[in-house]
Write a new protein. Structure first.
Length: 244
């Protein structure tokens, strides 16, 4: 369940203008979003103060222990007070497993993070995922946005073949980037990371489940457990639905 926080900002320098304060706060939130610590936020003026209402994946997402160099830079000179004020109405499952056996990379969910636990199926908040050399997850979030944009384009363009190929073919530019990101995540997590291949026609008509990997042709293996109904290619690190 996502948490709702209220943040109140004041400038340490009284001479700082309101416009400058708002720009710094927006940069501060951009840094938090790129770490996966804030899903979305709304700024407003309240009794002369600059206030934000933000959605957090977990209660401790704003803890200073997670601050990277960008958050520290944009919070310099800011007085930030925050408190939890509630939970989002919709139910979301955030992973609490200590040591997942594997992970799934899926960009087409309603969740804010595209990384999921292979054991419980819960969303993995990105700030709990080791960052790359940039100390953030901008590349992963950018790919997620591109994938969701491709889904939208496919739905609104009479289901053209180009967008469908980008979504479901393992050799498309979109999925090649997804596989590259999955390999990079695997290097940092030291656990297998599988890219989920979407079937954009799944809600229109059923397709027979694939028995062999569409990338290498080897037989697929059913993913253990009851959380995911997926077939896996362990060599290519691809995950495909067992039934449509």
């Amino acid at each position: 369940m996502y948490k709702i926080a209220k943040l109140t900002f004041e400038a340490a320098d009284d001479a700082q203008k309101d416009g400058q304060l708002q720009e710094q706060v927006e940069n501060y939130f951009s840094a938090l979003i790129n770490q996966g610590r804030v899903a979305e936020y709304m700024l407003m003026q309240q009794e002369g103060a600059l206030v934000a209402i933000a959605s957090l994946p977990e209660a401790d997402a704003l803890s200073e222990q997670y601050d990277n160099k960008y958050v520290k830079r944009f919070s310099e000179g800011l007085s930030v007070h925050w408190e939890l004020i509630g939970e989002e109405a919709f139910d979301s499952h955030v992973c609490t497993c200590q040591h997942p056996s594997c992970y799934l990379l899926d960009a087409n969910g309603k969740e804010e993070s595209p990384v999921f636990c292979g054991d419980c199926g819960g969303e993995i908040p990105l700030y709990r995922v080791p960052e790359d050399e940039t100390q953030e997850h901008a590349s992963l979030l950018g790919w997620q946005q591109a994938f969701q944009a491709m889904i939208t384009l496919w739905c609104e363009s009479l289901s053209d073949r180009f967008t469908r190929r980008q979504i479901e073919h393992p050799a498309s530019a979109l999925n090649r980037e997804g596989r590259r990101l999955a390999r990079a995540l695997e290097d940092r997590l030291n656990k297998p990371v599988y890219l989920y291949l979407e079937n954009p026609l799944g809600y229109l008509k059923k397709k027979p489940p694939l028995r062999h990997c569409p990338a290498c042709g080897k037989p697929l293996t059913a993913m253990p457990g009851e959380v995911w109904a997926l077939n896996l290619c362990h060599d290519c690190r691809l995950a495909l639905p067992q039934e449509e």
